[in-house]
Unconditional design. Structure first.
Length: 182
């Protein structure tokens, strides 16, 4: 965990809050938010740290891509969420991004459990989880076995992942402000 300069913190905050608002209202993250955030993140880190800053951004972008892109390919996540996490990775750098990923997964998991319980879909959720595991064990994409498992399915419970990303990012920024050395 490292303390990020206030200007990088502000950029991260703006990217994730705008994305979360769009995801809540329209169920999508616009490209202009992600691509503008990505370009500003790379430019800002390069300006602040020169060549090491460029590599910091590119490594954060790369790790986010390696982790999130397969989820998109399996239709478990929308492309907007992937591009948003690429921008967050480019701003935060790969090591900080891993902390953001952990908190995002924590907030997203808690939100998913609450949503499943609220909608009384616990049994169906466990059936879907079993189907996902079995299909992956047989080297099949889950959405090919059951179209309902695709993120765009009308019958699927969909969580606005940009909101979880925003909570994870802001939570990480708060934790870094308290505990990271300056």
């Amino acid at each position: 965990m490292s303390y990020l300069p206030p200007i990088v913190q502000g950029l991260l905050f703006a990217i994730v809050v705008v994305s979360a608002i769009f995801d809540l209202r329209e169920r999508r993250v616009p490209n202009w938010v992600s691509f503008t955030g990505l370009a500003l993140a790379i430019a800002l880190n390069t300006f602040l740290y020169e060549t090491p800053g460029l590599w910091l951004s590119l490594k954060g972008f790369g790790i986010a891509t390696l982790i999130y892109f397969p989820l998109f390919m399996l239709r478990g996540m929308g492309a907007g969420d992937v591009k948003l996490m690429m921008a967050v990775g480019a701003a935060a750098g790969w090591q900080n991004w891993l902390g953001i990923l952990f908190l995002t997964a924590l907030f997203g998991g808690i939100s998913a459990i609450v949503m499943v319980a609220w909608r009384k879909r616990l049994r169906k959720t466990f059936e879907n989880l079993a189907l996902i595991v079995l299909s992956l064990m047989h080297r099949q994409a889950p959405h090919e076995v059951s179209p309902m498992l695709a993120v765009k399915s009308d019958r699927a419970l969909r969580l606005p992942h940009a909101v979880a990303i925003a909570f994870g990012t802001i939570g990480y920024l708060i934790a870094a402000a308290i505990w990271a050395p300056r």
